[in-house]
Write a protein that binds this ligand. Structure first.
Ligand code: ZN
Length: 396
């Protein structure tokens, strides 16, 4: 592909590729690395509208926010392709003209989970990229509850949630409202994290391992704060052994079912299932694996540093009223000004989720064994062998 522009027709993977693996290889950085290795100078994605969570028009508006990158890139982010963008799927056939293929045919193959053909397009593309650059700084906020057991206090369990959202943008409802509030995404996550901290303090819990409460910045700009934190943990963080991440856990309904991204991958499944069954909550499979939930939020930064991790969302059965609520929420409020305080929230569901999370945090922090990746987990490869546990600093 030397000097060529790769056109990715549709995200996703053939059926049969496990969801978390597909999510990893579909992550923007991993795709960029793959195409950079092949010599491509640009990447055009043709989104599959069936899978896209928002309309094309909303997706375009979302692109008008500035791009941000870390001033000091971490080893997790090292590839630079000059032009990476998406192409309006409504005009896809202008790209495919003369190739002997149509977009409809490719969509049908993708939707059936069949292998996709690859071929050269007879069109060429010339692009000019103008950049206006400026620097800014933003902070991660970290609270630390020191572990009580000298042998385990040098290990830490991280609770993470992103504190940023999108700021000001284009109004979408014709009401002129430009404030992207980010109540579900992700004030709820930060609130849950603070609540767990409060509950543990109130209970005078003294977890054996250290617990870190980490509100990270820049998630919406590409997991920037968590990338920095996970690869450059500040002094006193100890050896991070688990990350429990919160990013719009979506308490739209009572808490009956919970999706835990990553539950298939590590021993964190056992304490989660124990606490969920105690509360009568079913831990269910991700009903929407094409959305790549496992790699789309801050837990992924920890996974790439070898730390077993999970992230949570209220679950629903296919075809249920709950599914409709979730779909409507994405269409209307996700990354839109309508993600505000006037929307319905199931407060009891949210409170139950916080209890579950506090219990889970205690279980992981108190367990004699530190969490580990399953033997057959793909993500085990990121583990850093031989990292010695730092000297323990027990609580006074
Ligand atoms: Zn978001």
């Amino acid at each position: 592909m030397k000097g060529k522009v790769a056109v990715i027709v549709l995200g996703g993977m053939p059926s049969g590729v496990p969801g978390n693996l597909a999510a990893h290889y579909s992550s923007p950085d991993e795709l960029a690395r793959t195409f950079a290795r092949a010599g491509a100078v640009g990447v055009l994605a043709l989104p599959n509208l069936r899978v896209l969570e928002v309309s094309w028009e909303r997706a375009v508006q979302g692109q008008q926010h500035p791009v941000m990158v870390l001033a000091h890139p971490t080893s997790q982010q090292s590839v630079d392709i000059p032009l990476v963008t998406a192409f309006n799927p409504a005009a896809a056939n202008t790209l495919l003209k003369g190739s002997g293929h149509t977009f409809e045919e490719l969509l049908a193959l993708a939707d059936a989970g069949k292998p996709m053909p690859h071929f050269t397009l007879p069109v060429s593309l010339r692009g000019e990229v103008a950049l206006e650059k400026s620097e800014l700084s933003s902070v991660n906020v970290v609270g630390r509850l020191p572990g009580s057991e000298p042998k385990l206090a040098g290990e830490s369990v991280v609770l993470s949630a992103h504190l940023d959202h999108l700021g000001l943008g284009e109004p979408v409802n014709g009401d002129g409202d430009r404030v992207y509030n980010g109540v579900m995404d992700n004030a709820t996550g930060v609130a849950a994290l603070l609540e767990v901290a409060r509950v543990l303090q109130e209970k005078k819990a003294h977890p054996r391992r250290t617990v870190l409460f980490v509100a990270v910045t820049g998630e919406e700009k590409g997991l920037l704060g968590s990338r920095w934190f996970a690869s450059h943990p500040p002094e006193g963080s100890g050896r991070m052994v688990a990350d429990l991440n919160l990013d719009m856990f979506l308490p739209l309904t009572p808490l009956q079912r919970l999706v835990a991204y990553g539950v298939e991958e590590s021993s964190l499944a056992a304490p989660l299932k124990a606490t969920a069954s105690r509360m009568g909550v079913e831990v269910m499979r991700d009903p929407n694996p094409e959305a790549n939930g496992f790699t789309r939020s801050d837990q992924y930064s920890f996974i790439l540093e070898g730390v077993p991790a999970m992230s949570f969302r209220f679950g629903y059965r296919k075809g249920s009223k709950e599914e409709r609520l979730h779909k409507e929420w994405h269409a209307k409020r996700y990354h839109a000004p309508g993600d505000d305080l006037s929307q319905p929230v199931d407060r009891e569901g949210a409170a139950r989720f916080v209890s579950l999370l506090a219990d889970l945090t205690s279980r992981v922090a108190d367990a004699p064994e530190r969490p580990s990746w399953n033997k057959d987990s793909f993500f085990r490869r990121f583990e850093q062998p031989g990292t010695p546990a730092p000297t323990a600093q027990p609580a006074p």
